[in-house]
Design a protein around this ligand. Structure first.
Ligand SMILES: Cc1ncc(COP(=O)(O)O)c(C=O)c1O
Length: 509
């Protein structure tokens, strides 16, 4: 019996350690819809042991609600205390055991136990079977919840993603804003279940639009106006449509610089004048502008605009295109405030699940058109004029927004750890990198003026360090602002790869 208690104790130890390490939040996390949480699984194991060993072997009085075990949730400390008490109960159950005696009662068929009559010894083996198999299952749950910290470079290089697929072997990718983590399980599952790729048909209305509308209410306290949200394939397309239909050639368009390079290119290409703003800077130039493109949270600085900053923009008589694609990547204690809550009537809110859930390849974005005039203009255009995302885009976006917030929580934990690594590393650089810890996103904006990397630091690092980062110059193209000495490092990768990226850059110093 000592041996039995030893091995049962090992399984309980293993599960208790996982639950204790995960803590109150993560232990109550289900890594995908329908999965058990580690908390629920351990609760179930206590129920199994008490029922089979206590009630059926020892004849103890045990009341059990088996179904409730799988939905149980709560703080881990009392559960761990109960697991300790269970060890003692088990020890007492096994005193004076007659292994070959019949059970005190027959187990209910619904308990899905062994399908043959058991002796008391057999019932105890079943308890051990349950504890050990659930221990293994819990290790998998833990890995899914905390994520594999290693980067699967081989998979990434062989995939369709430009971030790694376009690189020569040996060069590490820290450039374009894609992440190196596997898809959220719900997205993978829902994409895998798409069986019919005929022309899309959504009898209940576009699922991505209702997912967006409900998410904005639940997560950000903003109620979008009904029937004002349209789907597009990407945000650059939304910007181009807004430029075309809300401004005239020659108009001035304000945007914080540095910014996402394709936006600057699109404004310039459309023959509009770029008015560069700086975060926290003078806004007087907005008096002359027809449109403000407000990227919030900001790329590449990771700045999250405060309510006061947003209120200052709302003072001006202009249309605002609020690009809020990075909103779900806001780190506590900062909070994302949709611009539409500040100034609903002139705001176009553009977003997608592509950044926070790493699904840029599915091509799906949404825009809520709060501006009446623009809404009327777009409503008059034929639906197919703008192009439409495919079934996969809508399915993945819906799975992201409706079913993947637990995954998102784990992602933010991971990005927070990576951000800390970057912060520690920047402090070791022998020049002032003018680095501000990003309040959102997985992008680090770093000044290399004063470094030995020369006038094109990104090019230098690609050639001499084997690391591809984004070149700062692109983030101010078509303006008089000069960000040529800056680089943008994407830190959404495994800690192993991130550590190597930072090591290589330091070595190039
Ligand atoms: C601020 C911002 N807007 C938009 C995008 C992406 O736009 P699209 O949907 O056109 O790929 C990005 C991508 O990194 C971005 O950082």
């Amino acid at each position: 019996m000592d041996d039995y208690l030893y091995f049962a104790g090992r399984a309980l130890d293993g599960m208790a350690a996982i639950v204790a390490t995960l803590g109150d939040d993560l232990a109550n996390t289900r890594p995908y819809p329908g999965a058990n949480s580690p908390y629920a699984l351990l609760t179930h194991c206590v129920g199994v042991a008490d029922f089979w060993s206590g009630a059926l072997v020892a004849g103890r009085t045990v009341s059990r609600d088996r179904d409730a075990e799988f939905t149980a949730a709560g703080p881990v400390a009392p559960l761990l205390a109960d697991v300790d008490a269970l060890r003692e109960r088990l020890r007492q159950d096994l005193e004076d055991l007659d292994e070959s005696a019949p059970l005190h009662a027959a187990p209910p068929a619904a308990y899905q136990g062994p399908d043959r009559a058991l002796t008391r010894g057999g019932a105890l083996l079943h308890v051990l079977e349950e504890l050990t198999q659930h221990h293994g299952q819990m290790e998998t749950l833990r890995d899914l919840i905390t994520g594999d910290p290693r980067t699967d470079e081989q998979r990434l290089r062989a995939g369709h993603g430009v971030k790694w697929g376009s690189l020569p072997p040996g060069t590490l990718g820290a450039w374009v804003a894609d992440m190196d983590f596997p898809l959220a399980p719900a997205i993978r599952e829902r994409l895998g279940a798409v069986a019919d790729l005929g022309y899309p048909h959504w009898p209940q209305g576009d699922p991505a639009i209702s997912a967006f509308e409900e998410r904005m209410i639940d997560r950000y306290g903003w109620s979008p106006q009904p029937r004002r949200t349209r789907v597009f394939t990407d945000l650059i397309q939304i910007l181009q449509v807004v430029i075309e239909h809300a401004t005239e050639p020659g108009d001035a368009i304000a945007i914080h610089v540095p910014t996402y390079p394709p936006f600057l290119a699109a404004i310039a290409r459309a023959g509009r004048r770029i008015v560069p703003l700086t975060v926290g800077g003078d806004l007087a130039a907005l008096h002359d502008c027809a449109l403000l493109v407000l990227v919030n949270p900001q790329n590449p600085t990771g700045h999250v605009f405060t309510r006061a900053e947003l209120a200052a923009f709302a003072e001006f008589d202009l249309t605002v295109l609020a690009d809020e694609i990075h909103a779900d990547l806001t780190f506590a204690p900062h909070t994302h405030i949709p611009f539409a809550t500040v100034r609903p009537e002139r705001t176009i809110t553009a977003t997608s699940a592509t950044k926070a859930f790493n699904i840029a390849g599915v091509r799906c974005a949404l825009a809520h058109i709060g501006d009446d005039r623009l809404h009327a203009r777009l409503a008059a255009m034929p639906l197919d004029y703008f192009g439409q995302p495919g079934v996969h885009g809508l399915v993945a976006t819906t799975a992201a927004w409706r079913e993947s917030d637990l995954w998102l929580g784990g992602l933010l934990d991971r990005l927070t750890r990576n951000r800390a690594l970057v912060g520690e590393w920047v402090a070791t650089l022998p020049w002032d990198a003018h680095y501000r810890e990003p309040q959102a996103t997985y992008l680090a904006w770093i000044d290399c003026a004063g470094s030995p990397f020369g006038p094109d630091p990104a090019g230098y690092l690609e050639r001499h360090a084997g690391v591809k980062v984004s070149a700062g110059a692109e983030f101010s193209q078509h303006t008089t602002v000069d960000t040529g000495s800056w680089i943008r490092i994407n830190f959404a990768t495994g800690t192993d790869t991130l550590t190597e990226i930072l090591r290589r850059i330091s070595a190039a110093v």
